[in-house]
Design a protein around this ligand. Structure first.
Ligand SMILES: [Zn+2]
Length: 115
């Protein structure tokens, strides 16, 4: 699972192809992510106490994780992401295009540390 909450991703398939947004939730079970402002559907809402007006409400629907790509902050392009071990044995994600780190994903492990 390479995508994490708060990542900026670009949608690479479907109606929102080419748009970028922030990841709001990741569902590991279904392999889907909800991205801010992407894959919007209008939900028709009946008048109720909570919604005295009723009407239409836009809502983000989950997108298949394979249809989004993480946008690298450094080279600002959607890029493939890899994992690598750091000198102290911690694991981080990195941009395969420019090599910039995308932050630590696992705490240092002695077994992977450089001796
Ligand atoms: Zn990059």
């Amino acid at each position: 699972m390479r995508v994490k909450v708060n990542d900026t991703v670009e949608v690479i398939a479907g109606n929102d192809k080419g748009s970028r947004g922030k990841v709001l939730t990741v569902n590991k079970k279904t392999g889907k992510v909800v991205v801010e402002g992407m894959n919007l559907v209008y939900k028709h809402v009946r008048r109720s106490q909570k919604n005295p007006q009723g009407g239409r409400l836009s809502k983000e629907m989950p997108i298949q994780i394979s249809n989004v790509m993480i946008v690298c902050e450094k080279c600002s392009s959607p890029s493939r992401t890899g994992y690598r071990y750091m000198k102290d044995g911690s694991k981080e994600r990195f941009c395969k295009k420019c090599g910039a780190g995308h932050g630590e994903v696992a705490p240092p492990k002695a077994a992977y540390a450089e001796k």
